[in-house]
Ligand binder design. Structure first.
Ligand SMILES: *Cc1c(COP(=O)(O)O)cnc(C)c1O
Length: 392
C-alpha cells in the first residue's frame, strides 16, 4: 500500500510523502531516504576503494527493506546483504537486480530459488555446501557462494575443524561446474581491539588456505559498521555496513554527527488525549508514577507492541512541541502517558520519541540508553503497526 498523507498536527507538508505498510497514521516512522543515500556517500569517502555491502536485514533495521536498499544503492553501495532467503527474495520481488548475499539458513532451505534468482548464498557448514551444490545440480546452473568462516565469534560460520574439507569440496564442485566461490568472509566479536586483531590475523590465514586450496574469491570481508570505522585499511576489499547506513553510531562516545552521518528515522506518535489531573494521581498500570502536583498529562498511541520497550517506563525522553519530557508510568501494549506539567499540548500534536538530535529531539542513543539497550535494538523493534512515511 502506498498512499499520501498529511500527518495530524501539521499543516500540509511541502511535498506529499510516500508511505507504506498497514499501520495507523497515529504512529509514524518518518524515514529520510536522502539521509541513507548521503550516509552511504559519506561512508564511501571514509572507507575508499572498498565495496560496500549495504545490510538491509530485519526490514533494514526497521527502516523498510526495499526503500532503504534503493536509497543505499543510490548512494553508491553496490551489494546488498540480508540474513535469510525470504529477505533476499523480497528485494528481488521489488525488482532490485543488484547483487544480494544472505547467510542464515533454516534446515531444508530451497537454495534452488536463490540460484535461479541470482542470489549469493553465504555457506556456514559442510552440510550447507552440499545442500547448495545439490540444488545447483537439480536446477542445472551453478550456485554462487561466499564461504563464511568462523574466526572466533563461535556463532554462524564454518567451524575451524570443517574448514579444510569445505575448501577442498568447494574446489572440487567448482571443477565440476556446480559452484563458484565468489567470496570468503567472517565476522568480528567487537570484544576488544586485541580480539578483533587476532580474528583479522586468523582471517588472513584462512584466505591463504582458501587460495592454497585453489579457490579464487574476488570478495573478502570481515568488518561490519564498528570495525569498518575503527580499523581503517584492513587487508580486505569489502565491508558489510548496517547501522551506519541508517545514520546511527556503533561507537560508544561518538555521535552520528561526529561520524558525519544523519539519523534516517524519526519516530512519532500523535497526542490522542489531553487531561488535567490533581496531585497524587497514579498513572498507568501499577501506578508506578504519581503526579507531583496538579498537572496536564497526554496520551500517545505507541506501546510495546510497536517496539517501545517496557523498560522505557518513566525514564525515556519524549519531545513534544520542542520540549523534552519523560514517559510517565508504565508503557502499555498500545499507549503511554506523558506528564507535561503546565505546558500547553493539544490533541493532534506530535510526540517525537527519537530522530536527528540536530532537530532538537532525542537521539536514538539517548532513548536506548534510558531503556538500558542499544540503538540497534530500538530501530529494529519498530513494529509493523507503525506507518513508515518516506521522504527524500
Ligand atoms: C547484521 C550483520 C552485519 C551488519 O552489522 P552492523 O554492525 O549493523 O554494520 C554485518 N555482518 C553480519 C554477518 C551481520 O549479521
Amino acid at each position: 500500500m502506498t498512499v499520501s498523507e498529511t500527518p495530524p498536527g501539521e499543516s500540509s507538508p511541502s511535498a506529499p510523502a510516500e508511505t507504506s505498510g498497514f499501520g495507523s497514521p497515529m504512529r509514524r516512522a518518518r524515514i529520510s531516504t536522502a539521509a541513507i543515500s548521503d550516509n552511504v556517500r559519506e561512508l564511501r569517502r571514509r572507507i575508499p576503494d572498498t565495496t560496500i555491502i549495504a545490510v538491509v536485514k530485519a526490514n533494514a533495521y526497521g527502516h523498510g527493506a526495499v526503500e532503504s536498499a534503493r536509497a543505499a544503492l543510490d548512494g553508491g553501495a553496490t551489494w546488498l546483504g540480508v540474513a535469510d532467503l525470504c529477505e533476499a527474495l523480497e528485494l528481488r520481488e521489488a525488482g532490485i537486480q543488484e547483487p544480494v548475499l544472505f547467510w542464515i539458513h533454516a534446515p531444508g532451505t530451497d537454495f534452488g530459488v536463490a540460484i535461479e534468482r541470482g542470489i549469493d548464498v553465504g555457506v556456514n557448514s559442510r552440510a550447507q555446501l552440499d545442500a547448495v551444490t545439490e540444488a545447483a545440480r537439480r536446477v542445472g546452473s551453478p550456485a554462487i557462494v561466499q564461504l563464511k568462516c568462523d574466526s572466533g565469534l563461535s556463532r554462524n560460520g564454518i567451524p575451524t575443524a570443517e574448514r579444510a574439507e569445505v575448501f577442498a569440496r568447494a574446489r572440487a564442485y567448482e571443477t565440476e561446474g556446480l559452484l563458484r566461490v565468489r567470496g570468503v568472509f567472517s565476522h568480528l566479536s567487537n570484544a576488544s581491539e586485541a580480539d578483533d586483531r587476532a580474528a583479522v590475523e586468523l582471517f588472513m590465514d584462512i584466505l591463504a588456505e582458501a587460495r592454497a586450496a585453489g579457490l579464487t574469491p574476488e570478495l573478502t570481508h570481515i568488518a561490519a559498521s564498528a570495525a569498518a570505522l575503527s580499523y581503517p585499511g584492513l587487508p580486505v576489499n569489502a565491508v558489510r555496513l548496517g547501522l551506519l547506513l541508517y545514520g546511527l553510531s556503533p561507537l560508544p562516545g561518538q555521535t552520528s554527527a561526529d561520524l558525519g552521518l544523519r539519523p534516517a528515522m524519526r519516530l512519532e506518535g500523535t497526542v490522542l488525549h489531553v487531561r488535567r489531573l490533581p496531585a497524587g494521581t497514579g498513572l498507568s498500570y501499577d501506578y508506578t508514577y504519581h503526579t507531583a502536583a496538579e498537572t496536564t498529562v497526554v496520551l500517545v498511541g505507541l506501546g510495546y507492541a510497536d517496539g517501545i520497550p517496557r523498560a522505557a517506563s518513566s525514564v525515556a525522553p519524549v519531545s513534544i512541541n520542542g520540549r523534552t519530557y519523560r514517559v510517565s508510568g508504565r508503557v502499555a501494549m498500545d499507549q503511554f502517558i506523558v506528564d507535561v506539567g503546565d505546558d500547553t499540548v493539544q490533541v493532534g500534536d506530535t510526540a517525537v520519541l527519537w530522530g536527528d538530535p540536530a532537530d532538537g529531539i532525542p537521539s536514538v542513543e539517548e532513548f536506548a540508553s534510558a531503556c538500558g539497550t542499544i540503538n540497534y535494538e530500538m530501530v529494529t523493534r519498530v513494529g509493523p503497526r507503525v506507518t513508515r512515511v518516506y521522504a527524500s
